[in-house]
Design a protein around this ligand. Sequence first.
Ligand SMILES: Cc1cc2nc3c(=O)[nH]c(=O)nc-3n(C[C@H](O)[C@H](O)[C@H](O)COP(=O)(O)O)c2cc1C
Length: 205
Amino acid sequence: MNLLAIVGSPRKGGATYLLVGKAIEGAKSKSRECITKKINLIDYDIKFCKNCLVCRDSKTKDPVAKCSIRDDMDYLTNDILAADSLVFGTPVHMGFATAMMMAFLERICWTFAKPERKILTISGCPLPRSDKKRKAVIIVTSGVVPPIYEKFCNEATPLIKDTIKCSLNAKTIGDMFAGDIEHRGTEHYFGKAFNLGKKLSEPYC
Ligand SMILES: Cc1cc2nc3c(=O)[nH]c(=O)nc-3n(C[C@H](O)[C@H](O)[C@H](O)COP(=O)(O)O)c2cc1C
């Protein structure tokens, strides 16, 4: 298994970072041959998508279309291509994924997809350029919103789920909302994150 974990928090060592780390531990606990890479988006130069549409309109048969912007996405694209399992982690900022996670998702949206899906989804009609099947888990943390209110206060999970399905051909096999971290503490969710990671090592279905 080739596991790529993407952390969209500006705080290295914060709640999201720690829970994504636990998910990686969980994945490794079940799979001896697990190559892992953890990316903190804060460490990378990821420019905003310019909506030039060069990638969207590309007729390439490659699994990824060329982006007109030159920055660290050039390297990250290779990591994504190599990955068959993904962990996405973000705190909610105003109920949504962080700006840096959104910048990252915008950049993969049309580079990894072509506009040929028949059915309209949240992110339009993207169809993955590649047939390679991936699986993913999503971890979302929140400072004060408790899990009971997740439905109203977490728009990050459905957005990430839809984007990675349409662009990366990634099926989300599990997700968690680590809510009310400020009062409950991050450790409260360690077991859940570990078990979520373990699911990535189970056979794909
Ligand atoms: C700009 C901003 C907006 C936030 N919005 C919310 C929010 O809508 N709901 C919430 O419960 N916490 C919110 N928080 C708190 C973070 O979700 C919380 O601190 C989270 O656990 C941080 O994770 P981290 O330690 O991985 O960065 C916000 C924090 C920031 C900086």
